[in-house]
Write a new protein. Structure first.
Length: 124
């Protein structure tokens, strides 16, 4: 029965309006290596990470809207279990996106530390 409800919830999400086509953004292809990167490389990496942050924010807003629209479209026809399943799926997508974004930011910040340590050592 739970499998049926989950499939129903997924079908309801998939049946959302065409404009709510929420594409999961690709992470930056390459994080600069702080041990060898130039300042320009680090700035480009920062811009890529910031762009990814913005894209994740747009994706999360899109899946939130997609859920709201699906729930509104279903109206009273949506059983509480179905609504809970739909919300669970959206929460999982949301959390996975934020976790991935945090992972990218953490990797970049680690390379910033390496870069700063390397460039500070050259000044001494």
């Amino acid at each position: 029965m739970k499998a049926f409800l989950a499939l129903t919830a997924l079908a309801a999400l998939a049946a959302g309006p065409a404009y709510a086509d929420c594409n999961y953004p690709a992470a930056p292809g390459k994080i600069p290596d702080g041990a060898s990167a130039t300042m320009d490389d680090m700035i480009a990496g920062q811009k890529a990470v910031q762009g990814y942050d913005k894209a994740i924010g747009e994706y999360v807003a899109c899946i939130d809207k997609e859920l709201q629209d699906a729930e509104a479209k279903a109206g009273d026809k949506l059983k509480p279990e179905q609504k809970a399943d739909m919300e669970k799926v959206e929460t999982q997508k949301h959390n996975a996106a934020i976790d991935q974004e945090q992972s990218v930011a953490d990797r970049f910040n680690e390379q910033v530390k390496v870069f700063k340590a390397r460039t500070a050592a050259k000044k001494n």
